[in-house]
Design a protein around this ligand. Sequence first.
Ligand code: ZN
Length: 315
Amino acid sequence: MKKIAYLCFLILYILFSPVSHSEPDGEWQVLESAHFLIYYHPRMTAGQEIADLAEDFYPRMERLIDGISMGKIEIWVCETQEQFQSSVHAPIQDWAIGCAFPLSRRIVIQNPRIVTEREFQLSQVIRHEIVHVIFGQRTQNTIGDIPLWFVEGVAVYLSGEWKPHDHDTLLEHIVSKSILPLAELTYRFPRSEKLAQLAYAESLNAVAWIVETAGSEKLWEIIDLLGNGSDLNAATEKTLGWNLITFDAKWRESLSQRYHWVALFSSSYLFWGALTLAFFLGYLLIRLRRRRRLIKLGQEESQVDAFFREDESYK
Ligand SMILES: [Zn+2]
């Protein structure tokens, strides 16, 4: 069974609601590194590992950080699911394992043991959330208006999380013509795990498509414009020549063009598969009939032989 590729690391209503982020309940130990403050329970041993993962990734965000003053990012590592739930101060999907509060420069993640149990890499979660925080800091005047698919697409793209099974999810929905328009992913993602997985895959694909077709500098231009107060609609219009409605339509159109071989393969696969099966069954049937006939002939022959043997004996 296919595993979900991405989690809802970010809950929009948490991100954009003006909630006060008081200190999560519990006993916390703090580890300070060059750019991070890691809070964890004294019983846990993952503090240093998380600090190392975060610091290793941080230099790769140089371009996103460029031009903004970043304070230290807090990473709160929860010990239990209950502590995680209470630390995010809002309803959160059962399958979520991390959450970012970009404006507070705060990340809350599940116990690394739970992350591993759900077959995620801790580094993947940390990176994704770090991108959210830095992107949020860079676009803090406009982030509340940026469509969620773009925010998530940038997080997945810049954290380098692309995995083959996410591709499968997208292909499945291209073939069944059930791709969600980006406009439907503006404010929130579907609650169901499976559709949320699709939403993440689409978000990544749409952002990656900007880079593939227009070049990475165009993506940075869009991010710069958002940082300077433009909305995404104006930013794509200026950089790509398309407003969001046109972008959405062109991107969906490009999916069927870019992956048309998949549709062809899947339909011909079914067709040839069925045909091969029919031939095979036909072959088995013929072989069975021939075998039965040979057995019958053999029986008849042995009877004849017996007759002649008997007959010969009378000669
Ligand atoms: Zn996210």
